[in-house]
Design a binder for this molecule. Structure first.
Ligand code: COA
Length: 127
């Protein structure tokens, strides 16, 4: 059963500015795997922006936002061999999802030169 949905958008120009003006920005927000993934692209700000949107969309889907001590790096976006994104949770985010009995979290991303968008659905375990 669906127990939460969340969506978020992030402007690519805003991401470009952050990456340029805050040298440690990416290390504070993204895991090493996310950074490796985004850095392989010429349009890396689009990929970073989509992941930022996905992290915030996830927080909306669990319903509590940044409460509970969840950090950006607790919510990791990884792509499978075909490019499909998935959410891998760590730390507090994993703990909170355990309390919600969450199972099978779905994420989809899209990005243009201007805007990135993400959508997250959280299902619980069928009992
Ligand atoms: C998946 C696909 C529909 C994406 O559509 P698009 O309009 O090009 O790009 P969008 O900005 O809307 O979406 C990009 C996101 O799609 C997602 N995506 C990629 N492959 C996916 C797949 N197999 N299943 C689900 N989502 C996928 C990724 O999250 C990607 O963003 P990311 O790289 O930052 O993680 C398209 O790239 C496709 O069909 N790819 C398969 C064929 C292929 O590999 N083509 C390579 C170029 S010829």
């Amino acid at each position: 059963m669906v127990i939460g949905i969340g969506t978020d958008m992030f402007e690519v120009k805003r991401m470009k500015d952050r990456l340029k003006n805050q040298p440690s920005f990416s290390e504070g927000i993204y895991t090493i795997h996310e950074i490796e993934y985004c850095e392989q692209f010429k349009n890396k700000a689009e990929h970073y922006a989509a992941r930022y949107a996905a992290k915030e969309a996830f927080l909306k889907a669990i319903g509590t936002g940044w409460r509970n001590g969840i950090t950006f790096k607790d919510i990791e976006i990884i792509n499978d061999n075909l490019g499909k994104p998935e959410i891998k949770l760590h730390g507090k985010a994993k703990e909170v999802c355990g309390q919600l009995n969450a199972h099978n979290i779905l994420v989809t991303l899209s990005h243009t030169k201007e805007l990135a968008i993400a959508f997250v659905i959280i299902n619980n375990k069928q009992t």
